[in-house]
Design a protein around this ligand. Sequence first.
Ligand code: TYD
Ligand code: MG
Length: 452
Amino acid sequence: MTSKEKSVFFCKSCGNESPKWFGKCPACGEWNTCVEEKRQKAEDRRQKTEGGMVPVPIREITNAEEQRILLPYGELNRVLGGGLVLGSLVLVGGEPGIGKSTLLLQTALRLTGKKVLYISGEESQTQIKMRADRIGIHNEQCLILTETDTREILRHFKEVQPDLVVIDSIQTLSSPFVDSSAGTITQIRETAAEMNKIAKTYQVPVFLIGHITKDGSIAGPKILEHIVDTVLQFEGDRHYGFRILRTIKNRFGSSSELGIFEMNADGLREVNNPSEFLLSQRDEAVSGIAVAATLEGQRPMLIETQALVSTAAYGTPQRSTTGFDTRRMNMLLAVLEKRAGFRLNMKDVFLNIAGGIRSDDPAIDLAVVAAVLSSNADIPIDSRYAFAAEVGLSGEIRAVTRIDTRIAEADKLGFEKFFLSKYNAKGLDTHRFHLEVVPIASVVDLATELFG
Ligand code: TYD
Ligand code: MG
C-alpha cells in the first residue's frame, strides 16, 4: 500500500474541513473548535464507489406519493410530518438520559406488523431487555442487535430485511473504510452517509440516535444535519416529567412541529392535550401569571408565562428568562418604560415560560407584558383570561397569524376572555365562541383594561 496517513482538521461546531490547524474557524467564526483527525486512505475510498445511478430525463421520473409508515405514537407521526417516510434518514438528537433510547425502543416494540432491527452500540442485550420489560411490551418482530461495525450491520440488514432500522447511537458506529475511532467527525460523517445509502437503496427508514451535550457541541448532530432528511430534537427539563420532541429540519413536512411526551415509570406516554398539561392548577390568585395562546407548528397550545418583578437588591438590576428570548424581554420592558411610563429600569425582572417549553411565537408578547405588569402592580390576572398578540416598538399591539385557531383552543378549555390586537378583531366572527374577545390597541390600553 502506498497510501500515507495525513491529518486533516475539522471544526467541531460546523464541520468545516481544513488542511491546517486553526484557532478560529474560518467558516463559522467559533474559537477553539478545531480537532485533528487522520485522513482516510485513498484506496479504501475508491473501493466504496461501486454501482451508482444512471442519469434519466426528468419526465421519465414517476411522481409517486411519498409512502409513509404510521408509527404507534401520534406525537411522533406529527413531528415527522404525518408518519415516517420510507427510505428516510431521521436523526433524533438530545442530551444523554433524556429518553431517546426509550422513545425508539418503545416505538419499535409497539409497531405491529413490521419488522424492526434495533441496533445498539450503547447497551448490552440484557440492558435492552430490562428496558423492554420496564416498558412492558413484547414484540416478536423486534430484533435486537448489538453491533457497531457498519459492514456487519449491512450484512445483518440484508439477512433480516427489516421494515425499519434504529441505530443507537451514531456516535458508537464505526466504518472499516475510515481509520479513526468511533465518535470522531470523520466516522460520524462516514457512518451516517453509509446508513443513508442503506435507507435510500432499500427504501427502509432509519432512525439515528445522536447525543448532544449541554453546550450543544459534541461532534455529531450539527454536522449530521446536512446528511439526514429529518432532525428531531428531544428536550425538556429532566426534573419535570415531560419531554418535548421538536422538529428542527424536515424534508417531508413542516419544521416547526412539536410533540409532547411524559416520562413515567413504565416508559414514555404521549400527551395529546398539551394545554391542560401546561397550565398549572391555580387555586388562589397569584400575581405575575398570564396565559398565552401560542401556536407550535399547526397546533394551538395554551402556556403560562410567569413574571417576577421586584426592586433590585443591588445596583444593576437582574434580567433573566427561561424559555423566552432575553433580548426580546428587554425590548418589551423598554417599550413599557418608554411608551407607558412604567418605571422598570431599577427592577429585577425574571420571566419563565412554564413547563420547560421554549417558544419563539411572537404572539407570546402580550402575555409577557401582562404578566410583568401584573407582578409589578401585584394584582393577579384572572386565570380564565388568555392573550395572543405581538407588541411593537411603539407599544402598539399587532395582529398574529391564525387567530381563530388560538381563540378556539382557549374557548374549548373554558377561558372567558381573550385579549388580542384590534387588527385581529376586525372581521372576526365572534359568535362562534363562548368567550368574550377583547381588542387591544396599545400597551397602555392593556394596562387600563386589566387594572383600570
Ligand atoms: P434513556 O432512554 O436511556 O435516555 P437516552 O437514550 O436519551 O440517554 O432514558 C433514561 C432515563 O429515563 C433514565 O433516567 C431512566 C428514565 N426512564 C424512566 O423514568 N422510565 C422508564 O420506563 C425508562 C425506560 C426510563
Ligand atoms: Mg440511550
